[in-house]
Design a protein around this ligand. Structure first.
Ligand code: M1P
Length: 202
């Protein structure tokens, strides 16, 4: 059996949307011939909205929050904790106030215990607003700038653009690369046996 790790948003599903029905049928069959792990920057609740149980149940395990939480059969196996410093939260609040974004909604900070997801436009935006911000940000580089300022201003903390409208913030090293160590411990196999399939790979 070949071994795969699949990213979710932008790979198995469009960003924050449900998996396509035709692709779902194909992928369900795929899980019988291959060993599959899933990984997302999102949390398990969002994964649940996008990927149905019949697929989740066919996986060897699910990594959420950028590899900071690991589930087998919906049971949490491990998690990392992260509490962002107050100064960082103040800085992020200021970015919302100062932004020239053409759209703005609410729910800018999502504390996922193991990481912080920050969005200037806000996670409550509609799909149309999401697309609008995404296009505006490509031109204006707001997320790139904020992520860099966080990395430069708070040593030991990493900030990366994971999806379309937000930035994932977590302690340095607590990213998707850590899942290979977990798989190694879990399965007693070398991580290089796994093929990672994700968007944004160049
Ligand atoms: O899984 C990719 C990203 O998906 C979402 O990003 P956005 O809402 O910006 O498209 C977030 O859940 C993010 O944490 C995650 O990295």
């Amino acid at each position: 059996m070949k071994k795969f790790i699949f990213d979710v948003d932008g790979t198995l599903t469009p960003s924050r949307q449900r998996i396509d029905e035709d692709f779902l049928r194909f992928f369900f069959g795929f899980t019988f011939d291959n060993e599959v792990y899933l990984v997302t920057g999102s949390d398990i609740e969002k994964m649940d909205e996008q990927v149905p149980d019949i697929i989740m149940e066919r996986t060897e395990g699910i990594f959420t929050c950028g590899g900071n939480k690991f589930y087998i059969d919906y049971e949490l196996q491990y998690e990392n904790k992260f509490k962002p410093p107050k100064t960082l939260l103040t800085y992020l609040g200021f970015q919302i106030k100062m932004s020239d974004s053409p759209v703005m909604s609410t729910n800018h900070r999502e504390d996922r215990d193991a990481m912080l997801n920050f969005s200037v436009v806000g996670r409550d935006c509609t799909l149309e607003e999401r697309q609008q911000y995404f296009e505006w940000d490509k031109e204006n580089g707001e997320r790139e700038r904020i992520a860099k300022e966080v990395r430069d201003g708070w040593p030991g903390i990493d900030a990366v653009i994971g999806g379309q409208i937000s930035i994932d913030i977590y302690p340095e090293g607590n990213d998707k690369s850590q899942i290979l160590d977990i798989i190694k411990q879990e399965r007693l196999v070398e991580p290089d046996e796994y093929i990672f399939i994700g968007d944004g790979i160049e």
